[in-house]
Write a new protein. Structure first.
Length: 171
């Protein structure tokens, strides 16, 4: 009788575990062009450095950006920040399908204007679905020094029940 009672108690639990729909992580590679301008408008950066910009190219992240530099320091090669620096901050990407928050760590060579960064999607939604991902950016300062033109490539990931759901999600 004791074994029968235990079986009856565990049966609904086992059935509930089987009934849960499975989701699969789907990822899509992307490339994008990024053009940003330095701005002081609504800039909340503790170091006074913000950008606003546009992402073009790939349709997944096409939209606008706002970036707030939170920390800035000299590089290992140049700790005085004379020629190069390291920065970190937070970027918001607004697309027609939602907003994504990104943390970013990058370098800037002030003598050549070249920059590179690694970014991680840490929050946000695309078409009401939580997304994650990473991307890399490399670019150069505009000749006027007012902004940066860059190219990005990376991967956007999300969970969907089937490949068909995933394909319709991206279109």
């Amino acid at each position: 009788m004791k074994h029968c009672l235990a079986f009856l108690i565990l049966l609904p639990t086992a059935h509930a575990l089987e009934a849960a729909p499975e989701t699969t992580k789907h990822c899509r590679n992307f490339t994008a062009s990024v053009k940003v301008a330095y701005t002081t408008e609504n800039c909340t950066s503790p170091v006074g450095l913000c950008t606003k910009g546009v992402i073009g190219g790939d349709t997944i992240l096409r939209g606008t950006t706002s970036y707030v530099v939170e920390k800035i320091a000299g590089s290992a090669e140049d700790p005085t920040m004379g020629a190069s620096l390291v920065y970190s901050g937070t970027m918001k990407i607004k697309t027609r399908h939602g907003e994504i928050t990104v943390t970013d760590l990058g370098t800037l060579d002030k003598t050549t204007g070249l920059n590179s960064s690694q970014s991680r999607m840490v929050a946000g939604e695309y078409k009401n679905t939580k997304v994650t991902g990473v991307f890399f950016t490399a670019g150069a300062a505009l000749p006027t020094g007012a902004g940066i033109n860059s190219s990005s490539f990376g991967q956007l990931c999300f969970e969907k029940k089937s490949p068909a759901d995933a394909e319709s999600f991206l279109n």
